[in-house]
Design a protein around this ligand. Structure first.
Ligand code: WTA
Length: 630
């Protein structure tokens, strides 16, 4: 038994859990994949439908531009929908949805396919073709899923912009992707209030030129401005004969783009991470199946937002590829009361709950009485993603929500990886706060500054050393940046941007970002974006943003600003600046604090030294100041 030999506090899988799992001997599968990477992924890919078989599983002749399942022909939507509608699963629920106000909607696989086809026909009638970009900007409503699937069905590339972003963030993404069509909701409910998505989009559209058509989904029914010749109601188009129920599916090459998703990186503007139909499909299918041990009778709930990668991979594609029943909830976890989530778990009989540490910590604050009021016995497996989970939150989640029965899948991955990379399965012995070891076929390591493997428990750069099918293929329209950012620091290794350590049992402990990315409530934000939102205000000359530890959010945003000559430094200006950032980028980017300063620490080449600001704010001595200008 390897379990007894593991050091530290461990949680051993129960017999009940072990009896259920797809693969009991996880180490064996890891070993097999290590010996034969292509064989492992080929077997996984064979569980899905291909119009034409691939020639090669992995083509690494143009590193770091890897290709998977070369010349294979498929369409991820065929595997998400059509494949199931040809079996008894056609009547199975694909999606159950609850609105913040308590409304309920559901779609069988048959119905989800039909709605997807109808909407795909609408998009085609608007001239959307294979390769065109379509931006979607909505709250958590079924139309977002239908919209994404409709794009993919006809080979269009979707670009989902998180509904919590606002004007400039949306504008930037519309412009960079050169989207032809924008699909937007009139508004979204959030804690009983309405976020006016269409009005925000109108402002962004004034700044963006490429959008020809705007489709508006009615969610709130509030009055919106409809610009004639550009804006159309979704429900009106869906009622027209053009929205026929059959829709020819585009046969896609495995390497054809499926979507782009913007994420924050080390420097500058957010970058469009590109994923494909073939490899991404195999990776998300396989990881979800093993890690959340998906079986046909399951009711699965990933509480993320489809606007982020977690939602793409594990609300939309992974669950549908596995033919599971997913639950989606529109609103806030504590609205109207802190038992909302627990109530819905009981009401819908959820078996798997996948969420983020920040949500756990937020709900923990309200005490055990709220979850204890509900029957949570349907839960079998719990999941965590987005940031390191502190052992205290892990144990609360395990004891109070999982009643000590449910293993916690702490999954480490990124927008770029597309799928889980470091993760346990329910058959693996857990240590609170560690994602355990890499998924089969994935080789990772922790390296020191020179690129040598770090010692046991020594902190270093987390890297990935083997290609994997769901890996990003490039940064859309910027392949040079893809190479420079991810593949240049250490030869042959993919740089994750995280620091981590590996313990004596080979378990990974992710510490956090080492670059200029701040994880706020699990959301990934770039210091550069926050800073540019600040300097877009007329009173501000320069700005710097850093993340500092926060009990619930993981990190809080602290900023330093230099005002322009003659501007008065006042409380009023601080409030104005916070509101300005919320308006330009989104409420999630609103700084927790703004401090007026007369200068910022910079390198001789003029780059802001955020680590110096951070060390000072934490009352520490900044290390290595040799490059500091002053
Ligand atoms: C962090 C989210 C610790 C990490 C899927 C990574 C985690 C970044 C974990 C990617 C985890 C994600 N433990 N840290 N289980 N999962 N992270 O692109 O810093 O929004 O690099 O993808 O989140 O964030 P992204």
């Amino acid at each position: 038994m390897p379990d007894k030999s593991l050091s530290g506090e461990v949680f051993i899988p129960s017999d009940e859990v072990l009896r259920h799992v797809h693969v009991r001997d996880w180490d064996k599968l890891i070993g097999e994949a290590e010996k034969d990477l292509e064989g492992f992924w080929s077997r996984e890919a064979h569980e899905l439908h291909w119009f034409e078989h691939w020639d090669k599983v992995l083509d690494d002749s143009h590193k770091p531009f890897f290709k998977w399942f070369t010349n294979g022909k498929t369409n991820i939507v065929y595997n998400c929908l059509d494949r199931h509608t040809q079996t008894a699963r056609r009547n199975k629920l694909a999606l159950m949805w609850e609105g913040e106000k308590g409304e309920f909607r559901s779609f069988s696989y048959f119905a989800l396919k039909r709605e997807t086809c109808r909407f795909a026909n609408v998009l085609r009638s608007l001239g959307v073709q294979k390769g065109d970009r379509v931006t979607l900007y909505m709250g958590r409503i079924p139309e977002l899923m239908i919209g994404m699937l409709a794009c993919a069905r006809i080979g269009a590339i979707h670009s989902v912009v998180y509904g919590g972003f606002t004007v400039e963030a949306l504008h930037e993404r519309l412009e960079d992707s050169q989207s032809k069509v924008l699909i937007v909701a009139d508004g979204a409910y959030q804690r009983g209030k309405i976020v006016p998505l269409k009005a925000i989009a109108d402002e962004a559209l004034q700044r963006a030129a490429t959008v020809e058509s705007v489709l508006v989904v009615k969610r709130t029914g509030e009055a919106v401005n409809m610009e004639s010749g550009r804006d159309m109601w979704y429900h009106e188009l869906m009622a027209l004969p053009i929205a026929g129920m059959q829709c020819h599916i585009e046969v896609m090459d495995a390497e054809d783009p499926l979507f782009i998703l913007y994420t924050s990186g080390t420097t500058g503007k957010p970058k469009a991470i590109l994923h494909t139909h073939g490899g991404y499909m195999v990776g998300t299918y396989s990881t979800l199946k093993y890690v959340f041990d998906i079986h046909d009778e399951d009711r699965y709930w990933c509480a993320a937002d489809p606007g982020w990668i977690t939602g793409h991979s594990y609300i939309v594609y992974g669950p549908l590829l596995n033919g599971t029943t997913s639950f989606m909830y529109e609103g806030a976890p504590t609205y109207p009361y802190p038992n909302r989530w627990w109530q819905m778990i009981e009401k819908y009989g959820i078996n798997v709950l996948y969420t983020a540490p920040t949500a756990i910590r937020g709900l923990m604050r309200f005490g055990e009485a709220w979850p204890n009021r509900h029957d949570l016995s349907s839960l079998r497996i719990l999941g965590s993603v987005g940031e390191p989970i502190n052992p205290e939150a892990w144990k609360w989640y395990h004891r109070v929500i999982g009643k000590g029965r449910c293993p916690i899948m702490d999954t480490w991955w990124q927008t770029e990886t597309g799928m889980f990379m470091i993760t346990p399965t329910p058959a693996v012995t857990l240590k609170p706060g560690s994602g355990t070891r890499p998924f089969p076929g994935v080789k990772m390591d922790v390296l020191d500054e020179e690129g040598k493997p770090a010692g046991v428990n020594e902190e270093g750069f987390l890297v990935i050393k083997t290609p994997w099918p769901a890996m990003m293929r490039t940064i859309y329209r910027d392949p040079e940046r893809y190479k420079a950012q991810y593949w240049s620091k250490f030869p042959g290794a993919y740089l994750t941007g995280d620091s981590a350590r590996k313990d004596e049992d080979g378990y990974y402990w992710v510490i956090g970002r080492v670059d200029d990315v701040i994880k706020v409530s699990g959301y990934r934000l770039g210091t550069a974006e926050i800073e540019s939102a600040l300097v877009s205000h007329h009173a501000i000359a320069e700005a710097a943003a850093i993340g500092l530890p926060h009990d619930v959010k993981g990190n809080a945003i602290h900023t330093f600003v230099i005002v322009k000559a003659g501007v008065e430094k006042s409380e009023k200006l601080i409030e104005e600046l916070r509101a300005h950032v919320a308006h330009e980028m989104g409420p999630i980017a609103k700084p927790d604090s703004i401090q007026f300063v007369d200068s910022l620490p910079k390198t001789r080449s003029g780059k802001i030294m955020r680590r110096v600001l951070k060390a000072r704010a934490l009352g520490q001595e900044p290390k290595d100041l040799t490059t500091l200008e002053e």
